[in-house]
Ligand binder design. Structure first.
Ligand SMILES: C[S@@+](CC[C@H](N)C(=O)[O-])C[C@H]1O[C@@H](n2cnc3c(N)ncnc32)[C@H](O)[C@@H]1O
Length: 169
């Protein structure tokens, strides 16, 4: 979805390249952007990008780095492929910030503790600034984005998350 919107913004004169290591995710992305010549996708590991140094003006990552074990390598690769003065926008979750309505708080805490093992860096936002600065980035802004899903709505993030949680653990 994000690549699709970015493709619309840059138009024919720009270029968006999306990467992921999952064939399924790439297939969905290809399908969504099938009519956009400025948007392409490549299978690639964030810790081993096959782009030349200083290729990109900007980079965006949503909920990927929390899934990467070698975060320093991934951020170094990001730094390498951005041109000097290029910008990166990174969004990751701090899974401790999850609040679920429940009649059994003790059980829910156990479920959330288990969920917090589903990725290698479940609390990445707390240390991301330091990680970025170690690599050479200058961090200009940090902010919190809230997802509030108070209803049992099949189109909400929380509804989908409950499904993952039930089936992945
Ligand atoms: C929670 S999903 C987010 C997907 C997408 N960025 C979005 O915001 O909808 C996490 C994604 O990270 C990808 N991923 C995990 N480790 C990766 C790595 N080392 N390199 C590239 N992608 C990776 C997974 O394949 C998965 O698609």
């Amino acid at each position: 979805m994000l690549a699709q919107i970015m493709g619309e913004i840059v138009g024919e004169s720009g270029e968006i390249i999306g990467i992921d290591i999952s064939d399924n995710v790439l297939a969905m992305a290809h399908q969504r952007c099938a009519n956009q010549s400025s948007v392409t996708f490549e299978k690639m590991d964030a810790t081993d990008l096959s782009f030349n140094d200083a290729t990109f003006d900007g980079a965006v990552s949503t909920q990927v780095y929390e899934y990467v074990e070698d975060i320093d390598m991934a951020l170094s690769e990001l730094f390498r492929v951005l041109r000097p003065g290029g910008r990166a926008l990174i969004l990751d979750s701090d899974w401790d910030s999850c609040v679920w309505h429940t009649n059994d708080r003790e059980r829910m805490h156990k479920v959330i503790d288990l969920w917090n093992t589903h990725c290698p860096k479940p609390f990445l936002p707390r240390t991301l600034k330091q990680g970025l600065e170690r690599i050479g980035f200058h961090v200009v802004k940090r902010s919190v984005h809230t997802m509030f899903n108070p209803d049992y709505d099949p189109n909400s993030y929380s509804y989908l998350a409950m499904d993952f949680l039930q089936n992945d653990q």
